[in-house]
Design a protein around this ligand. Structure first.
Ligand SMILES: Nc1ncnc2c1ncn2[C@@H]1O[C@H](COP(=O)(O)OP(=O)(O)OP(=O)(O)O)[C@@H](O)[C@H]1O
Ligand SMILES: [Mg+2]
Length: 228
């Protein structure tokens, strides 16, 4: 039996817009186990990004419970939650969020320098993850000297640098053409297969969703299909 990494029980997210309440998630329950590769699908506005932000502990639910690695996150202090999240979860977004004046290597090194790691080990780790994403020959390039797909791979390397158990990706290929998008998907698949990462990915592209083994479909803030 695979251990449960994340457990969402009857989770609601209601955004308050002045007087108006916008219910974005309405009683969602899902479990993510170690080694899962899950696609969250559904039409625009169905609550996918809201769900991913909650899963990644970037936001807290209005109602319901989220348990990350046996920790009820509502019972953790802000700093304990930040530390658990930092150790456990890596994020990839549609925008690469790379610093334009830093090389690929420096972009990956930066978060490692904030950790308690020697300079030497940080540099070794940055090299290792850039190699893993196939960019060992492009480490000295600035983002502007890389293609979109290569920039996304730098952002994936940056996410891998802290060695997270879980990778969350919101439309990771959204800004890429279909061929480059496929390459990024194949990279995610490799990280899942060969590095044992647990991957949760949001997409509205059903073809890309077919890379994932499990699908959670949202409609109007509710899970309509969960073939996990
Ligand atoms: N910060 C916010 N404040 C108010 N309402 C919000 C906020 N974020 C999202 N919403 C609303 O919550 C609902 C779900 O939004 P969400 O961004 O999760 O959808 P999505 O499935 O990711 O859509 P897309 O495919 O377009 O990215 C929508 O009705 C949206 O307008
Ligand atoms: Mg979204």
């Amino acid at each position: 039996m695979k251990p449960v990494l994340l457990d969402l029980e009857n989770v609601w997210k209601i955004y308050q817009m002045g007087e108006v309440e916008v219910p974005a998630l309405k009683g969602v329950s899902v479990q993510i186990k170690k080694g899962d590769f899950v696609a969250i699908i559904g039409s625009s506005g169905s609550g996918k990004s809201t769900l991913l932000n909650l899963v990644g502990c970037l936001d807290i639910p209005t109602k319901g419970k989220i348990v990350l690695k046996n920790n009820d996150i509502s019972k953790l202090s802000e700093s304990d939650l930040a530390s658990l999240r930092g150790k456990t979860i890596g994020f990839i977004f549609q925008q690469y969020n790379l610093l334009p004046n830093m090389t690929a290597f420096q972009n990956v090194l930066l978060p490692l320098e904030l950790q308690e790691m020697s300079d030497h080990d940080a540099r070794k780790q940055a090299e290792k993850v850039l190699k893993l994403v196939g960019l060992d020959t492009h480490m000295r390039h600035l983002p502007s000297q890389l293609s979109g797909g290569q920039q996304q791979r730098v952002s994936i390397a940056r996410c891998l640098a802290a060695n997270p158990e879980i990778i969350l990706a919101d439309e990771p290929t959204g800004a890429l053409d279909s061929i480059t998008g496929k390459e990024v998907m194949e990279l995610l698949e490799k990280l899942w297969k060969e590095e044992g990462k647990t991957i949760i990915m949001v997409t509205h592209d059903l073809h890309l969703a077919s890379y994932a083994y499990d699908k959670i479909e949202l409609k109007d803030g509710k899970v309509v299909e969960n073939n996990k």
